[in-house]
Design a protein around this ligand. Sequence first.
Ligand code: DC
Length: 228
Amino acid sequence: MTETPVLTVDGPGGAGKGTISRLVAERLGWHLLDSGALYRLTALAAGRHGVALDDEVGLAGVAAGLDVVFLAEGEATRVHLEGEDATTAIRTEQVGDAASQVAALPQVRQALLQRQRDFCQPPGLVADGRDMGTVVFTDAPLKIFLTASAEERARRRQLQLRESGVDASLSSLLKEIQARDARDMQRSVAPLKPASDAIMLDTTRLTIPEVVDRLTELLTERGLAPAT
Ligand code: DC
């Protein structure tokens, strides 16, 4: 039996990983792992159960016991935590911030490892995160590291927020992005960095469809997916 192919898509926040991974998975009919959502869910569940953000053992217990279901619904995926829809709740800045703190704890990362690997099911998996190629799927046959300038990522975030009716200044968004990058890159466990065999792709001047096309071409060239 041939192995289930995995495409890993790592990179900093705002580089387009989420949208691009979802579109590639949809085009190929592959599964999608949004690993950031698992860290966000851990943070949200911890808050609900009164587990402090510096209680590593308690947080690892929350991560190991996460009662979560991902439901594909048309183009979107909805996520249920303990039987309740948490799709919107995990996307707030506050949960994002708490997620970045819990993600720095080795025991939390360890507790989520097998759960992430279990997403690897035929016909294939697109795995979106920070350490997909360096830790979780080290044998993946295609690893991509998506980047974009911090200024461009701040601009994209501003547009996204504007669409949901929120006005935020470019300079404050840029500062937040730089702070989050520094925290993700400097943590001692699974820091954000490209795998040694990753292909670097700068999306600053590329459109979403151009990046999706490029990734599917790379998969096809390597015999990992049929031509689309
Ligand atoms: O991609 P995101 O914003 O949903 O991720 C939320 C947080 O989790 C972010 O601070 C980075 C962290 N994260 C991680 O450490 N490892 C992953 N594989 C995915 C996300």
